[in-house]
Design a protein around this ligand. Structure first.
Ligand SMILES: NC(=O)c1ccc[n+]([C@@H]2O[C@H](COP(=O)([O-])OP(=O)(O)OC[C@H]3O[C@@H](n4cnc5c(N)ncnc54)[C@H](OP(=O)(O)O)[C@@H]3O)[C@@H](O)[C@H]2O)c1
Length: 327
């Protein structure tokens, strides 16, 4: 079709930006054009490492680079809304890291900016595109394990001495926003929005949550979820139905396999990911851009809005507040 490569810009060159850029090299029609950091040295190093054409010491320069088609936002949560809206207003498509924003009201504005500017916008919920997760979803959909009654999922490890953005409430810190969104995502994917949410947290002195436990109450099902910065878990997830259960194997949110357990019989299914697994969300962005879509069918604007609404309700229950925000 003579389509040019999709030209990417990245904002915020931390942990996840490195992993993402490494995977981008595995997607043939992706081109890393520009990277932006608050530090010129960091930008130059990153550009060299991943073959980006231009390194900038401001995010604005990436956003205003005329050769960038899509911006990947990999900065702390509190800046997601502002940078997304700025990028969409500058005529760029946007892939923004999870959690999509600090709260529902910010997310509404991000979606509006996508629609007003006619540009693609997606939350980078990479787990949605993981091959095993897609299979699990279709098996559940095809009633392979009967009616789903229970989901158990967590995301927990001991991060040791907690510092920086991880525990800074101004930056949306805490285990819920960093990790708890994954168990919430799984339950939302399989069972949709719950009718009631119960949740409680333990907190750092900063006000960010150390650990959070959540019960999602559905009409005829329940989910028990947990996130933690202070102790580890197996990081397996279970989706359980009237006819059997599916175990999503560790680390479940980036899994390479799952197991169907029915009638005391286990069958393993292996789906090794291409790279770490960020390749699939990159490919989804490309597909949507080529098809001139503003949102993905697999992880839509509505999905991001629904999920962050659930997070807002959890925070209301636990008392987790971000000082910089209206709620
Ligand atoms: N999908 C995933 O698997 C995954 C995994 C981890 C994190 N994430 C998400 O990605 C985002 C970034 O997480 P990360 O683990 O990459 O964090 P990180 O290592 O701390 O990197 C964040 C980057 O954002 C930039 N930044 C801008 N303002 C900042 C501030 N006030 N404080 C600290 N950094 C600031 C910095 O880049 P410069 O210095 O270059 O400007 C920094 O390196 C978060 O929203 C997180 O939830 C997603």
């Amino acid at each position: 079709m003579g389509l040019h490569k999709v030209r990417w810009g990245i904002l915020g060159l931390g942990n996840i930006a490195n992993q993402f850029a490494k995977d981008m090299a595995l997607v043939p029609d992706a081109e890393l054009v520009a990277v932006g950091s608050r530090s010129m040295d960091k930008a130059v190093d990153f550009a060299q490492k991943y073959g980006a054409q231009r390194a900038y010491n401001t995010y604005d320069q990436v956003i205003n680079d005329g050769e960038v088609d899509i911006i990947y936002i990999a900065t702390p949560h509190n800046s997601h809304a502002e940078l997304t809206i700025q990028s969409l207003n500058a005529g760029k498509h946007v892939l923004c890291e999870k959690p999509v924003a600090l709260n529902f009201s910010e997310t509404v504005k991000m979606v509006e900016a996508s629609k007003t500017n006619g540009k693609f916008f997606m939350e980078a919920f990479w787990t949605r595109f993981n091959p095993s997760i897609r299979e699990v979803y279709s098996k559940v959909d095809q009633n392979e394990i009967g009616d789903i009654k229970y989901i158990n999922a967590d995301f927990a490890f001991n991060i040791g001495v907690a510092t920086g953005r991880m525990i800074d409430p101004l930056l949306g810190g805490g285990s819920l926003m960093d990790m708890g969104v994954y168990p919430l995502f799984l339950s939302y994917l399989v069972l949709g929005k719950p009718k009631e949410i119960l949740a409680a947290s333990n907190f750092y002195a900063t006000g960010a949550d150390k650990q959070t436990s959540i019960i999602l109450q559905y009409q005829d099902a329940q989910a028990v979820l947990h996130s933690s910065f202070v102790s580890p878990s197996d990081m397996k997830a279970t989706v359980s139905g009237t006819e059997g259960r599916i175990r999503i194997n560790s680390i479940w949110h980036e899994t390479q396999s799952y197991t169907v357990i029915k009638n005391n019989h286990e069958v393993d299914y292996h789906f090794p990911t291409k790279g770490k697994g960020f390749t699939y969300e990159i490919e989804e962005c490309h597909r949507c851009i080529h098809e001139k879509k503003l949102e993905s069918d697999l992880w839509s604007h509505e999905d991001s809005l629904n999920l962050i609404q659930m997070v807002d309700e959890v925070r209301k229950q636990t008392g987790l507040e971000f000082a910089s925000q209206e709620n």
